[in-house]
Design a protein around this ligand. Sequence first.
Ligand SMILES: [Ca+2]
Ligand SMILES: [Ca+2]
Length: 180
Amino acid sequence: MDMIDSRQHTPFAFGGSTKPISELMFNKYDSDKNGSISRDELRSLCYDMGYYLSDEELQWALTLIDKDGNGKIDYKEFTEWWRTSSRFEHLRINHYQSQLICHIAEIFRSYDKHNHGVLNKKEFDKMKKDLIRHRIIDEREHQACQFEEIDRGHDGSINFNELIAWFKDVGVLDQIGIAS
Ligand SMILES: [Ca+2]
Ligand SMILES: [Ca+2]
């Protein structure tokens, strides 16, 4: 705790440090030192960098960055996000984009029969057909997608963040006009 306080006024502790900036940032904003960046910690990081995120945007930011959807941004997830160009800009969403995300979330939820926030393989396959029907994903392009490669956490089920992470990887977010 003392460490953070003493660095409060030096956002980038360059002073001869060989640590990557992502690590310095991660450590600086992981205020409770639990090894992950929480919702509030992310909000404060973005705010300090000049990007005040609305609640909707913050929710979207967490969806994008917390790729395995376990509710925490670990260092690996943080670095992946930090490496992307326009890392802050793509957290911004307009009204149209936010509606679209809600629409996808609704489709996802409608297949989550047990309300657990996750889909098993069978439920996922049904949802995939629906996503194709709604022209969110393309039948020819994305038919071959493997459940196993979308299931980042390897727990045999897919949560919404994993779906979005996969969308991002295969270019669906670009195609439908969300994030770059
Ligand atoms: Ca933390
Ligand atoms: Ca995570």
